[in-house]
Design a protein around this ligand. Structure first.
Ligand code: 5GP
Length: 191
């Protein structure tokens, strides 16, 4: 099973993902590949494998990604090899992916594994506050880019089975854990 978390940067996806992995034994993460630079505190291979733009383009040519997207001028992608290994392990994967990547994965993987796409909504003012507090030191232009993305991402909300307004971390974590447990039960009942 692959649980996909989407929503603009700053919607809280990373914190929620970490919390769920901590609390549920059968849930694991799947690092993406990216050409962006690591943020402070980010370690290679945990949330991301950090590679150069050239290397990323080479991997695209070699068809190494299930999907990839150019997002805020950086590439992000899901490795076929890593994804297949993790699916084969039988664990539940939780991964944050933006909307274009989700659309592509839904097309490609729906026959191979159960997909549970979840969209996290956050309102514009709250997002602005979070982006300022996160300490990325975004320029005004970068901030506008991120806020502008909100509308685009929300226009794709129809792709998702679940939409959650993330205004309370604990509540959101509890809801997602319940969704995962219910989806597992449904899968079991089909066997
Ligand atoms: P950030 O730079 O804030 O870590 O991530 C920017 C965006 O890239 C987020 O919306 C995140 O969900 C998305 N992202 C992370 N990994 C992937 C991936 O493998 N594929 C795609 N398409 N988007 C990703």
């Amino acid at each position: 099973m692959l649980v996909i978390l989407s929503g603009v940067s700053g919607a809280g996806k990373d914190t929620i993902k970490k919390e769920i992995i901590k609390r549920m034994d059968n849930v694991i993460s799947l690092p993406s590949f990216t050409s962006r630079n690591p943020r402070e505190g980010e370690e290679e291979g945990v949330q991301y494998h950090f590679i150069t733009r050239e290397e990323f383009i080479e991997r695209i040519k070699n068809d190494e990604f299930y999907e990839y997207d150019l997002h805020h001028n950086n590439y992000y992608g899901t490795s076929r090899k890593l994804m297949n290994e993790k699916i084969a392990s039988g664990k539940i994967i939780i991964k944050d992916i933006e909307v274009n990547g989700t659309e592509n994965l839904l097309k490609q993987l729906h026959n191979e594994t159960k997909l549970v796409p979840i969209f996290l909504k956050v309102d514009r003012e709250e997002l602005k506050r979070r982006l300022i507090n996160r300490g990325d030191n975004l320029t005004e232009e970068e901030m506008e880019l991120r806020l502008g993305r909100l509308e685009y991402e929300e226009s794709k909300i129809g792709l998702y089975d679940y939409v959650i307004k993330n205004d309370d971390l604990e509540k959101t974590v509890q809801i997602i854990m319940t969704i995962i447990e219910n989806e597992l039960r449904i899968e079991e009942s089909k066997k």
